[in-house]
Design a protein around this ligand. Structure first.
Ligand code: COA
Length: 178
């Protein structure tokens, strides 16, 4: 199943696809992405992009649906990404999202709209999902605003929860309940 979730005229959430490598390399070699995310390699190479596309294809085969989605602009192509961990079993009632947007497109309300569409879709796809979480480093106020605008509540401060480049970073836990 390949969702195409419109988030505003000309922009939709769609599966990643062959050919996205160029934009992944272009936009993920970005200081804000590197400072604010946990699992994106630095520097981000063409090989990393190839491995990412292979990974999402493998996940699609295992899950029968795409849960890692590209934010795709009809003129500019891939401009961001959003996804979740797909927790299962004893943890299947909760999941965690992560997202990034390319620098030229920030500050236009695109990510709040993407998070809204994605969470609505995720709750509809997974009837047992009771809560969606997001973890945000305390210095990332723009991401906190994205979650706040989507009805997430700040549930607590996870002190020194994230290790990044040998630094321990305080991290906010946000969550949205179905
Ligand atoms: C964080 C990110 C997703 C925001 O996406 P976006 O589409 O630009 O979000 P918005 O257009 O709503 O703008 C961000 C909001 O934060 C505010 N903001 C931006 N920088 C801010 C700052 N330094 N301090 C306080 N507020 C800030 C903006 O004013 C806006 O709020 P408003 O609409 O109330 O004015 C995007 O900047 C990004 O991808 N950053 C790098 C990767 C990242 O941080 N991912 C999230 C990891 S948890």
């Amino acid at each position: 199943m390949s969702p195409e979730l419109p988030i505003r005229p000309g922009i939709a959430l769609t599966p990643f696809q062959e050919g996205d490598q160029h934009h992944l390399v272009l936009y993920l070699n970005d200081q804000q992405v590197q400072e604010n995310t946990a699992n994106i390699p630095t520097p981000y190479t063409h090989k990393d992009a190839d491995e990412w596309l292979a990974h999402v294809q493998q996940m699609f085969l295992e899950r029968g649906a795409h849960f890692e989605l590209a934010i795709r602009h009809e003129q500019h192509g891939l401009i961001g990404g959003i996804g979740c961990f797909m927790r299962t079993g004893l943890e299947g009632h909760r999941d965690e999202i992560g997202y990034w947007l390319a620098a030229p497109f920030r500050g236009q309300g695109i990510m709040p709209a993407a998070v809204s569409a994605y969470c609505q879709w995720l709750f509809s796809m997974r009837p047992n999902l009771a809560r969606i979480e997001a973890k945000v480093y305390t210095h990332n106020e723009a991401s906190c605003r994205v979650l706040e605008k989507n009805g997430f509540q700040k549930e607590g401060l996870m002190r020194k929860a994230t290790k990044k480049n040998d630094r321990l970073i305080d991290t906010w836990l946000w969550a949205k309940i179905r």
